[in-house]
Design a protein around this ligand. Structure first.
Ligand SMILES: Cc1cc2nc3c(=O)[nH]c(=O)nc-3n(C[C@H](O)[C@H](O)[C@H](O)COP(=O)(O)O)c2cc1C
Length: 179
């Protein structure tokens, strides 16, 4: 079973994280880190992230297992990824467990997927995305396709979740693949 770290930060779109956790449950060992701001946004968006079969890590606890390169995990996803946490990752400013685990991912050459959410982007956001990309992260913006005619917001979110799972190497049956 793969071991996957899911960092959830305070950008809009907590539904992406919830649907990813739904899809990963039972398929991977999940470590969840939820930032303080993510809890606030989750409350505004009416989404609960409680009760998953996962290890819930405290974002302030920098001595947690996922903070060390010697603790092996297959990949990390930050979804949604705020511009603040993007900045921390792009600049190696590892003062939260989410930023530290992402830093570990990059130095250990593990897969790191960032799902940034903001609009419009300013120059700082764009340069931070480029820096994170150049350091090895996959930048996967929360901009789902519509040619699949999604019938609900959940279906729309699942289009991004399907791409995340593909990049994590987790098999799934979400949506139809283009033939
Ligand atoms: C309701 C709400 C929605 C927000 N949406 C976004 C967003 O879409 N993108 C973003 O970068 N920040 C957004 N923010 C601001 C972040 O939550 C804020 O910058 C925070 O410091 C991020 O901290 P974190 O990265 O540790 O979670 C939002 C804040 C609130 C209260």
């Amino acid at each position: 079973m793969k071991r996957i770290v899911v960092g959830i930060t305070g950008a809009s779109g907590i539904l992406y994280a919830k649907r990813l956790l739904d899809a990963l449950s039972g398929k991977a060992e999940i470590h969840i880190i939820i930032s303080y701001a993510a809890k606030t946004v989750a409350a505004y968006e009416g989404i609960s992230l409680d009760g998953y079969p996962a290890v819930y890590e405290d974002n302030a606890r920098l001595e947690a297992d996922v903070a060390s390169g010697s603790f092996l995990y297959d990949c990390m996803v930050i979804v949604p990824c705020s511009m603040k946490t993007l900045s921390a990752v792009a600049n190696g400013y590892a003062d939260t467990l989410i930023a530290r685990a992402a830093d570990v991912c990059l130095k250990e050459r593990r897969r790191l997927i960032l799902v940034p959410r903001e609009t419009p982007y300013n120059r700082i956001h764009l340069t931070n995305m480029l820096a994170a990309h150049d350091a090895g992260a996959v930048i996967m913006p929360a901009s789902p396709p519509m040619y699949t005619n999604p019938q609900s917001v959940t279906e729309l979110a699942d289009m991004i979740v399907a791409r995340i799972l593909d990049h994590c190497g987790i098999e799934h049956q979400i949506g139809k693949r283009w033939q």
